[in-house]
Design a protein around this ligand. Structure first.
Ligand SMILES: *Cc1c(COP(=O)(O)O)cnc(C)c1O
Length: 481
């Protein structure tokens, strides 16, 4: 084909571009006399391609366009909160005094950075309603591990270590994994027909061998655990603690007070709720928030007010220790700080819009897709492929076809309690027009499923790579597609 009408998918390697002698920059004319060069330093250089600057810019720009990203399309990946991350937060994180600060800078020279950590801890405490915060854990899962270590330390300090943790069947997979890593046995609790926990199910399992419960509110079905206070009372009455996985905090920012719900420990995912790009395995932050009673167990070092100054302190004898080198992933903390500061009281509006958008999609799709729990949702809604399965079209086929319509697919086959799940989280960032386009695309796919299922089995049709062998792609990845 001559020319192109859009995305260029047949991009050559850099070595196949360019021509010998071509350069991407020119050096200024020499102003000093020529000097002989040590022969050891000359000779054939590495086999780098010879390219112009424009060839390089276009090459990488084209490669970047093969991926769907939050900056290019709606990315409704349930349980992941792929919201738009305002660029100003990136700018603040790359200010030279922040980006090039060394973690071994003496305290006297890093008072501003310590202030940022101290203030962010206070703000997260206020947002969650809990008393004390450590910003050290590097991801949600590491926050969970920290929380489980705190559970263990609390029971051990009472002289009665406990062995089990209750975990609802809607939990994210990291929850039982973190509990097990800490030596606890995860005991699943079945959700009721409404998709939420029933107090009696918890009461039947809670005993004095059980360290507590680990739940997510709203849960991974996007439903609010309305019985949380009764559940917390049952757990507390048997001496247990309540852990809340706060990865779904985008639904309840500034609206729900976690401590009033009976939560003792909670982690946040700054890379989901507080504006850090994620999804590529990059750095994250999973701060842990606790009640005043559990503050002595938080990881060290902790930043404290010492007279006029802020200082690091590690002399907390009950602390679970250190979870990360230095103080956590500082760049992520800066983004969260900037995001909270720029939104202020509008943080509650973030959650209201996230919930409104998810309900708008839920209402717009329920004629065409099976909705297992037909009641208002929080920040995400969960459909299934049940109706399309009649035409041998699965959640996977629907997800792949969405790529052709210019949307990142939603999360599929999770949560595990819903067979053939399609879990959609639009976030607060999207306009009504984009939500309408998404609904129209999903409805068009539902019609295609009836009329031309083969079209969906072969999707995506308009992507760099077509249908992958998912098993082979995971076991034998070949990154030169
Ligand atoms: C994303 C997520 C986690 C894990 O967070 P990571 O930062 O990926 O370790 C835990 N629980 C829930 C509900 C999540 O959505």
């Amino acid at each position: 084909m001559i020319g192109t009408t859009g995305l260029i998918f047949n991009e050559p390697l850099l070595w196949e571009l360019g021509a010998p002698g071509r350069e991407a920059f020119s050096q200024p004319a020499r102003e000093v006399p020529e000097q002989p060069v040590d022969p050891d330093l000359t000779g054939p250089g590495p086999d780098f391609p010879d390219l112009s600057e424009l060839e390089i810019v276009r090459h990488y720009t084209r490669l970047s366009q093969w991926n769907l990203s939050v900056d290019s399309v709606m990315y409704p990946l349930g349980s992941c909160t792929m919201k738009y991350n305002p660029k100003t937060n990136e700018r603040q994180a790359s200010l030279p005094g922040i980006a090039s600060a060394h973690p071994l800078l003496p305290e006297a020279m890093s008072q501003g950075l310590l202030r940022l950590i101290f203030d962010l801890e206070q703000w997260l405490a206020e947002i969650t309603g809990l008393a004390a915060v450590s910003l050290q854990p590097a991801a949600g899962a590491q926050g969970e591990l920290t929380g489980m270590l705190i559970f263990h330390a609390h029971h051990a300090s009472l002289g009665r270590p406990r062995t089990k943790i209750l975990i609802p069947d809607t939990a994210h997979g990291t929850n039982p994994a973190s509990a097990a890593l800490c030596g606890f046995t995860a005991v699943p609790v079945r959700s009721g027909p409404q998709g939420i926990l029933e107090p009696q199910a918890v009461a039947d399992l809670m005993d004095e061998e059980t360290a507590g419960i680990m739940l997510t509110n709203p849960n991974t079905l996007g439903l609010f655990e309305a019985n949380i206070r009764q559940v917390a009372e049952i757990v507390h009455a048997k001496g247990g603690l309540v852990y809340a996985d706060g990865a779904n905090m985008n639904a309840v920012l500034g609206v729900v007070d976690m401590s009033a719900m009976g939560v003792d420990v909670l982690h946040l995912n700054l890379h989901k709720t507080f504006s850090t790009p994620h999804g590529g395995g990059g750095p994250g932050a999973g701060p842990v928030c606790v009640t005043a009673k559990l503050a002595p167990y938080l990881p060290v070092p902790r930043v404290v007010q010492a007279g006029e100054r802020l200082a690091w302190r590690s002399d907390f004898p009950l602390s679970v220790g250190r979870l990360h080198a230095f103080y956590g992933n500082f760049g992520i903390l800066v983004r969260a700080y900037s995001y909270i500061l720029s939104l202020g009281a509008d943080l509650a509006q973030v959650s209201r819009l996230a919930v409104l958008n998810a309900n708008y999609i839920q209402a717009g799709l329920k004629q065409d897709y099976h909705l297992p729990h037909d009641r208002p949702c929080m920040h995400e809604c969960v459909f299934t492929d049940q109706r399309q399965l009649a035409h041998k079209v699965s959640a996977l086929d629907i997800a792949k076809r969405l790529i052709d319509y210019g949307f990142h697919p939603p999360t599929i086959y999770f949560p595990l309690v819903v067979s053939g799940a399609l879990m959609i989280e639009p976030t607060e960032s999207e306009t009504k027009e984009t939500l309408d386009h998404f609904i129209a695309a999903m409805r068009a796919i539902a019609r295609e499923a009836e009329q031309n299922p083969e079209l969906l089995h072969q999707a995506p049709h308009h992507a760099k790579l077509r249908r992958l062998d998912e098993v082979k792609a995971a076991r034998k990845p070949c990154l030169m597609g």
